[in-house]
Unconditional design. Sequence first.
Length: 179
Amino acid sequence: MTAKRPRAVVLSDAELRLLARWAAACAARSLVLFEAIAPRDLRPRAAIEAARRFARGGKRTAELRRAALAAFAAAREIDDPVAHAAARAAGASASVAYTHPIATPHQINHIVAPAGYAARARELAAHGETSVGDRLIAWALGRTTPALRRVVRRFPRRHPGKSRLDQLFEQADAGLRGR
């Protein structure tokens, strides 16, 4: 018996740019937290700028992918949970342009990660005050468009998780779907 293959989700360049614009705006909300801890490490800033360039009409290039991977490397290398989450948000913003066009619950994580990680960075910086993260998710959802919501609705809902980060991802997913 063969496993059922997930259906394809067609994503146009315009839709990927829409996702990247929103993702970069979300990630930028926590960038200052990373830079306060590692002011000389420009990798997360470069990832957000690469996402913005793509959103303005740039191509999906090796430079965009390298910027995303470099921000993720910055996250792995820093020994601070606030800066780690902020760098992950930045890396995710650049990598959203590479969201796979397949209908799996995992793909929605790529879309909501910039908002979720930025929210987690902000609440960790506020000593775990969860309302800070909730407010950032609300801010992010307030900057969506009907077109962005239509893109998200083509993907299956994400699987529930138990961590606070999972909760933030789920809030973003639910809000993008209009639940």
